[in-house]
Design a protein around this ligand. Structure first.
Ligand code: DO4
Ligand code: MG
Length: 288
């Protein structure tokens, strides 16, 4: 039972992206205005309420649709950083300037929050995430992603991948937007599980990377290791900011591959979060 975004060839031959309600192997298309109202914080305040609208529409087998990132025009993706000790330590050691500010932000009251992506920079399940041509040290960052409505209600959870260039961020923290924000730098999916079905503080997050079919990295953490709560991060995000169509907030990574590891074109990334699902993406090496 989750909210998804999908594309599907209609009987008239057209293909369009739309919202749907995913129940096991079936997708029930949802009226755009119903989902939009929830995201805008009007009326219904939970995703589960959408299931009623879904059962009035014609079901489609999930195998005949393409799942997309659960974001639409007007939505934004933001991210929190240094919310796990492992992220703090890795960044301190990679930082050319010593990285004292990572230690400070880890314990500070104000979290690190940064703009991550627009829908056109975000890919969905089985699509390609990208590594930059001007970076030689790149990693996926598997993160719990929270969907929050315009009025700050926590609607649900998905899986996020905050693709990052460790080389560019490590050279100078002022390069963070270039390390983090580019076409194909964010993956979201496979769908959004209603918040009321998830206990946020004890989820297992697993990352598996394969190259030529062989495992080259695997790691695991738990959201129990997160230093901040999603609600606290969301409160900071909404300070002096408005998200009229809703926003995704990635909550930081706790899995850092060893320093000698970098992604390569063709790698397969699999992120699993208990109770939410599995997000798979292939890596494309930019030629720009
Ligand atoms: O401080 C830079 C970014 C941190 C981040 O993305 C993370 O900890 O997940
Ligand atoms: Mg991150």
């Amino acid at each position: 039972m989750s909210l998804c975004r999908f594309s599907h060839r209609s009987s008239q031959g057209g293909v369009r992206e739309r919202w749907g309600w995913l129940e096991e192997e079936t997708v029930y298309p949802l009226p755009d205005e119903d989902v939009s109202a929830v995201l805008r914080g009007k009326g219904e305040q939970t995703l589960s309420g959408l299931s009623l609208a879904a059962f009035r529409t014609e079901p489609i087998p999930v195998r005949s649709v393409t799942l997309c990132a659960p974001v639409c025009e007007g939505m934004e993706v933001w991210a929190a950083g240094v919310t796990y000790e492992s992220s703090k330590l890795a960044r301190m050691s990679e930082s050319a300037g010593g990285g004292d500010f990572y230690a400070k932000v880890y314990t500070a009251q104000r979290p690190e929050l940064f703009f991550k992506a627009t829908p056109n920079r975000t890919v969905g399940p089985d699509a390609e995430v990208r590594i930059r041509a001007d970076s030689h040290w790149n990693v996926p960052e598997p993160e719990l992603a929270a969907l929050i409505s315009a009025n700050g209600a926590l609607l649900g959870y998905a899986i996020g991948n905050d693709m990052s260039s460790r080389e560019i961020e490590g050279e100078n923290p002022l390069y963070l937007p270039q390390a983090k924000v580019y076409i194909g730098s964010c993956a979201l999916g496979p769908s959004v599980v209603p918040a009321e079905r998830i206990v946020e503080n004890s989820l297992t997050i697993e990352l598996r990377i394969r190259r030529g079919g062989e495992p080259v990295f695997a790691g695991q953490t738990s959201t129990a290791r997160m230093r901040r709560t999603v609600a606290d991060l969301a409160r900071w995000l909404f300070r002096e900011n408005r998200f009229p169509r809703g926003v995704f907030l990635l909550t930081g990574t706790g899995i850092i591959p060893p320093d000698e590891f970098t992604l390569q074109g063709g790698d397969e990334i699999e992120i699993e979060i208990s109770g939410i699902g599995v997000l798979r993406n292939r890596v494309a090496q930019s030629k720009e």
